[in-house]
Design a protein around this ligand. Structure first.
Ligand code: FMN
Length: 203
């Protein structure tokens, strides 16, 4: 499947086959591909919390508007980010770069994020948004389906997964085999409304 086909055929699936399992090779492939997603300063701030305990899935579902994807997906991920990835040995993110690049990057990273909590949070959302799409398109290219989800109680789920104070939950990603066809796309906007040439109009 080429990228165009994966994009066109990816839909947010509401009902997965609860008996379907992904094997370890498939799971490794999905994460290897997702981890090639770009992140600012290569900080790789995503943290993929894989929930494979059926009881924990049931409890999470009870805090997720009873959405069946939580228990029935073959792979269920609470997509989190480390807000302090930028300061956790950032030399690791540039270890193969020439010395002059390292000398530029390390202070630049510090300057960009230190004491800037909104920037740290924005970066978490940017990185995880891109990684989420990589996961979903990779799943599609492997013949699987997915659903991104934010219909859940973030505080309750944070407690259930022991989310550290300096991490955030961005969304769930559920991946599996669809068992029911999805409805047609419910209402796409026109390009005219969403593509802005050069500047917004002043009203
Ligand atoms: C951040 C985010 C959160 C979403 N949360 C849910 C959710 O909790 N449950 C659900 O069934 N779909 C959820 N969706 C799926 C959207 O409803 C869906 O992407 C949208 O209706 C477009 O449909 P499509 O993805 O099939 O093209 C979410 C999508 C995104 C991007």
């Amino acid at each position: 499947m080429n990228i165009e086909e994966a994009i066109i055929t990816r839909r947010s699936i509401k009902h997965f086959d609860p008996d379907h399992k992904l094997n370890n090779d498939e799971i490794n492939k999905l994460f290897s591909l997702a981890m090639l997603s770009p992140t600012a300063f290569n900080q790789q701030n995503w943290r993929f919390v894989v929930i494979d305990d059926p009881e924990l899935r049931k409890t999470i579902r009870s805090h997720s508007w009873d959405q069946s994807q939580v228990t029935d997906a073959s792979l269920f991920i609470v997509l989190c980010a480390d807000l302090r990835a930028w300061e956790r040995k950032p030399d690791r993110y540039w270890k193969n770069a020439p010395q002059e690049v390292i000398d530029f990057m390390l202070p630049a990273i510090d300057n960009y994020y230190r004491n800037k909590h909104q920037v740290q949070r924005d970066e978490a959302m940017r990185s995880c948004g891109i990684a989420a799409q990589s996961l979903m398109l990779s799943a599609r290219s492997m013949g699987y389906d997915s659903c991104p989800m934010d219909g859940f109680d973030f505080d309750e789920v944070a407690k259930l997964i022991n989310l550290p104070e300096d991490h955030v939950i961005t969304m769930f990603i559920s991946i599996g085999k669809a068992i029911r066809p999805v409805w047609p796309r419910p209402g796409q906007l026109n390009q005219k409304e969403v593509i802005i040439k050069n500047k917004f109009d002043i009203f």
